[in-house]
Design a protein around this ligand. Sequence first.
Ligand code: PLP
Length: 476
Amino acid sequence: MRPDEFRHLGHELIEWIAAYREQIETLPVMSRVHPGEIRDQLPRTPPLKGEGLGALVGDLDRIVMPGITHWNHPGFFAYFPSNSNLSSVLADLVCAGLGSQGMSWQTSPAATEVEDVVMDWLRQMLDLSDAFTGVIQDTASTATFCALLCARERTSAFSQNRGGLQAEPRPLVVYASDQGHSSIPKAALLAGFGKDHLRLIATDENHALRLDALEAAILADREAGRTPCALVAAVGTTATTALDPVKGMVDLAKRHGLWLHVDAALAGTAMLCPECRWMWAGIENADSLVLNPHKWMGTGFDLTAYFVRDPEHLIRVMGTNPSYLHTAQDGEVRNLRDWGIPLGRRFRALKLWFLIRDLGVEGLQAKIRRDLANAQWLKEQIEAAPDWERLAPVELQTVCLRHVPLAMKDDETALKVHNLAIADRINQDGRCYLTPSMLKGRQMIRVSIGAEATERRHVAALWTDLQTAAQPGCCD
Ligand code: PLP
């Protein structure tokens, strides 16, 4: 494509995105297509001759849009938010337009140095001390995988330089709560610990890890000749945003020589607000921590912030140094290829740079506070309503609830069918989208607040819709 063609079509597409965001509220949140419906509209074989992109906007409207679930819709209450502030959309455009690849400082110095600065801004915004150094990763899953690799290598005194984990005399063990995200078991398995050496520790009535159960598991492993290696604390679990006791976990980790990694994928963003920081008290002594600005902060998917206390260790685990990657500046700069798994790196830092400049710390804090207040409001409605039950504390922006009609009070199977039907009716209606899920054997409806466009009136409308859907006969 020539630059003049790009200019023409680019203007049209910017218009298209702006119009999309302006009218997003009129669209059904969840895509209504059936499997194969999008695929069937595309030719089975590629065009032999270039056809140009004249038909592009029409095809986006006709073929792609029906297959989109709108994560930036104000009625999006599913999963966790994945906000894409329009400033970060522009940053992604610049990133793609520059087409640079920042694997080494020399391959695009700006990519490294903007990242250095914005990760330090973020560190300050979270009130982390300068004992932490940040680096951008694609996802929290990758960052947690890096953390477990670093833990493995620290505990095994760099077994990777010998026979690897396979030659270790004692198996290494990883601990997390039974409410931890699936990325933790996945990372433990991929890092070679094996399912037999992964302990999912019981949680208390607030769904937070129980320290007594953790200590007992560590001691039992020691007793049996295994080596406790890594501990993952969840600050804001996926199901209920439960808060593991970081301080107590840090103490246990220190006492037993474990690596402590904190998964604050969603909740880390709340720490922009000083009044939320009690939720991760003790964080200063963690070995590593991850948060996802691509969830609640607004940088657009994907951008994960990974902070470590010992960058030299990370570089030793991840670093490769073939001669074709050597550059003259290697002694003076960060070569970010050595701070994670991929060699090539795109210029993700632009998204954080644009977002923070556009909104400022106060603008970002105001949005978090609005969402926290909306969650408290919904919590109060549920507590005041007969036949509705709250299933977990509401510390952040997620509210776990269910409808419990008197006649079904003691019948978990009937409650499951009933609440699934309520959630299904809401999702089919199109104005809102939420995630039903199980919590320790109980069916719940999970309302995750935090899309950028979601105001109080949208939460109030969801509450009205939930009550309507729960009326007898409504979901039959
Ligand atoms: N950790 C927690 C607590 C999460 O809720 C999620 C995703 O929702 C993840 C990790 C994984 O995030 P990612 O998609 O960035 O790998």
